[in-house]
Design a protein around this ligand. Structure first.
Ligand code: FAD
Ligand code: SF4
Ligand code: SF4
Length: 480
């Protein structure tokens, strides 16, 4: 066991072993193997214990990374778990799916010259190990409070808030239109990034902690928002963003052109053992097909890699900017390339070809132009550069906008931005409706799991301050 830190000069970086691409193509299992205790310890010992840890500064949860790395290096894994869990409700999930190259690891000071500490892999290891040892327990409030909080949305934002509020003793009720807990963790993100068992064991633990879930309950359909406000002392809206951006043009109404989330939900449900008629019939199944995915974000990457695993004849990704300007994580692009996905950068669809069912995509090459008002390079068509890609399944992965909640919930007084996200006071997390708070993607727009967790935790603290005047006074005094 290493007896000191700063080992980065002679212990080189090792991420957990990645399964061979050929094997990965055959199943939906996670692609990285687990660290063994000795590996996690050795990798943690590379940390130089920075006085100003930029890794923590760039982690949305400001995790105490050097502390749990040191404890892991010393083999004090129970303490490492406690420190890690103190700032993150789902460390094993963030350790798996955060884009670490853009967050903690990308800002690790030893990155330049020695490659970063494998922060995400250690974070995942510590909590997986804690689960295996039985150290991860359901929350157990010191006292029961009579006040109740209703949370709309069982994604990571809603779940983090639920756990934090329950810890403080509130009666917590989470409403979700789906039949399972997890939001995009269960039905969006595929098993090869996050195995479903990891999400299901958290659901079980939250229930054991006394959180009540009302599943198959769509607010605005099965229960009105007004009823929910009357039922609870405070309400948190964490509904995420689900209105898929569409694509027009000739042929865009042909059969075989599907939305990314419909495709991913069908695949995830199938993996969970559900009957999925649209999967069985082939409508939402890539087996044997030439698949074209349009888009360059995380959703597009999940669609191309799911198609490969379903046995597609070919998988092509069309993205209108270049590789360097892709919003998706570079690590995921690399994984997709290894698994056999063909990327066509600087390419945009113009028309979908076919009679009733799509048979091909006519696309055109693009070039990058001058930066626009947002600083991002604009794109322009290269005239006369048309080409056709064979396709019998086209998956649209162009991003998501919020659903029009004020109209859907008959809440004209709920203020939203021009983009449709809910407006909040960024200190109190309160919306324009008294006692109604909001967090996660529905406030930020499509973002990351780790940000939803952060927002859920912060919103829970603010709801507590709102419900407990004494807590509020303490909070205001601390802020003064
Ligand atoms: P969500 O996870 O969207 O949960 C919202 C919940 O609200 C859902 O369960 C929904 O059913 C429910 N709901 C909505 N409306 C209602 C209603 N009216 N009544 C009842 N329930 C309702 N982030 C990462 O960090 N890493 C990744 O690798 C990654 N990959 C992604 C892959 C895909 C395909 C997608 C789509 C997103 C990905 N993201 C990733 C983004 C991440 O999943 C989201 O930022 C995060 O889940 C947002 O959390 P949330 O709690 O705000 O919302
Ligand atoms: Fe890094 Fe995400 Fe973990 Fe923060 S939560 S330390 S960003 S992997
Ligand atoms: Fe350790 Fe890197 Fe964080 Fe510094 S920036 S404390 S070396 S993990």
């Amino acid at each position: 066991m290493p007896d000191r830190m700063l080992q980065f000069t002679h212990v080189s970086q090792h991420q957990p072993e990645k399964r061979a691409a050929e094997a990965r193509r055959e199943d939906f299992d996670e692609i990285y193997r687990d660290f063994a205790v000795a590996e996690a310890s050795a990798q943690s010992s590379r940390c130089s214990q920075c006085g100003v840890p930029f890794c923590s500064v760039h982690c949305p949860l400001n995790n105490n990374i050097p502390d749990w790395l040191k404890l892991t290096a010393e083999g004090r894994l129970d303490e490492a778990y406690e420190v890690s869990a103190a700032t993150n409700n789902f460390p094993e999930i963030c350790g798996r799916i955060c884009p670490q190259d853009r967050l903690c690891e990308g800002n690790c000071v030893i990155e330049k010259g020695f490659e970063s500490v494998t922060i995400g892999a250690v974070e995942r290891f510590v909590t997986d190990y804690a689960f295996a040892q039985g150290w991860v327990k359901a929350v157990s409030p010191r006292e029961e409070l009579s006040q109740s909080v209703g949370i709309v949305g069982a994604g990571p934002g809603g779940l983090a808030a639920a756990e934090e509020l329950r810890r403080r003793g509130y009666q917590v009720h989470v409403y979700d239109r789906h039949d399972r807990v997890g939001g995009l963790l269960i039905y969006g993100i595929p098993g090869f990034k996050l195995e479903k068992e990891i999400v299901l064991r958290r659901w079980k633990l939250l229930e054991e902690g006394g959180i009540t879930f009302h599943l198959n309950t769509e607010v605005g359909r099965d229960v009105t928002f007004a009823e929910l406000r009357a039922r609870h002392d405070a309400v948190l809206v964490s509904t995420g963003v689900y209105q898929a951006r569409d694509i027009g043009g000739p042929g865009s109404g042909l059969g075989g052109i599907v939305k990314a989330l419909d495709f991913l939900i069908a695949s995830n449900r199938k993996g969970l053992g559900d009957e999925v008629p649209d999967f069985e019939s082939g409508v939402l199944n890539a087996a044997g097909k030439h698949v074209v995915v349009i888009g360059g974000g995380d959703t597009a990457m999940d669609c191309v890699r799911t198609s490969i695993r379903q046995g597609a004849a070919s998988v092509t990704c069309l993205y209108r900017r270049d590789k360097a300007n892709m919003p998706g994580s570079m690590r995921e692009v690399k994984n997709a390339e290894e698994e056999g996905v063909k990327f066509m950068w600087l390419s945009a669809p113009e028309a979908f070809l076919g009679d009733e069912h799509v048979a091909g995509v006519r696309a055109v090459h693009m070039r990058l132009g001058l930066p626009d008002a947002s600083g991002r390079q604009s794109v322009e068509v290269v005239q006369g550069s048309h080409f056709t890609v064979k396709a019998d399944l086209v998956i649209k992965a162009l991003g998501f906008d919020p659903e029009p909640l004020p109209a859907l919930w008959a809440q004209d007084a709920l203020d939203v931005t021009r983009a449709g996200t809910i407006k909040i006071d960024h200190r109190s997390f309160e919306t324009s409706l008294p006692g109604v708070f909001a967090a996660g993607d529905i406030v930020r727009g499509a973002s990351l799991v780790v940000w939803a967790v952060r927002d859920g935790r912060d919103a829970a603290a603010q709801i507590h301050a709102y419900l407990q005047p004494s807590a509020r006074q303490g909070f205001l005094a601390a802020a003064a």
